[in-house]
Design a protein. Sequence first.
Length: 323
Amino acid sequence: MERIGVLTSGGDAPGMNSAIRSIVKTAQKNKIQVYGIEFGYIGLLEMKYKKLNILDIDHISTDGGTILKSGRTDRFKTDEGIEQAVKNIKKMKLDGLIVIGGDGSIKGAQKLAKKEIKVIAIPGTIDNDINVTDYTIGFDTACNIVINSVDKVLDTAKSLVNENPRIFLIEVMGRNSGDIALYSSLSGGADEVLIPEQKIDYNEIINNLNNKFKIGKKYAIIIMAEGAGKLDEVKNKLEKDLGYSIKSILLGHLQRGGNPSAFDRILASKFGYYAVQTMINKNQCGIIGINCNDIILNKFNNSKKTKSKTDNEIYELSKTLCH
Ligand code: F6P
């Protein structure tokens, strides 16, 4: 094995740079040259790639985003796109490819693996919605950003006491996954949490909040994942049922930037190292993951998150602490 490629694809996630750094350093130690493919699968289709040397990855772990840039393209969902990518991988003389990204990117990697390309996928998405790993790169940083933001809202929520309770509805990312909302609610202390995996029970929310107001609480924090519903609709419905006005806050892409947390840097470094070692030592494709603190290689299958026992437990725990 002499040359491998690496690309970052889909929604960028803090920590991706640590994975790239770890891949280049581990490869270099094994006398393998790494080529960075830019803009995700777009770069693979358009042959936009460059040699990655030690100076290119020097101290990049501190930066959010990805030095390779990321991208999304529908061309990669077509058979022609996959055929073109296979041809380009051969033209670039790559002996293997490491794909860092979320569910859609991993599906693309799986298609390449079916065409006899040696591919390893590393889960990188703030959403934490890949079922073969306990954690994905970027999730921890995103949760920290959310918690910091909620802490700030709490300062004003607790300080300014009006006649009516002050209620804040904070939308966090997670199109199909409630993990950022759940874990942030758990660590930040929300009064309610809404996630796409559970239908919103307005009666339960109203009862819970009114009970808190009855015993003298003057404010409430509700964290809602973007996939749980439309922010304005949820706000209007709650305002109508509660009879109080609500301030909505959309954290949006703030959650995808900033310095990666220690956890994400370390996780990404482990994933990168293991990905290269797997390429060298095993004749297998698949998805790297962390399971009970062990770094493992999973077979490509349906990587989309399905409800696990732990997820249900986290939901019950978060709800219990909300009340
Ligand atoms: O997949 C990660 C994610 O951050 C989702 O939580 C969010 O819905 C989406 O990406 C936003 O993507 P874009 O940057 O294309 O708006």
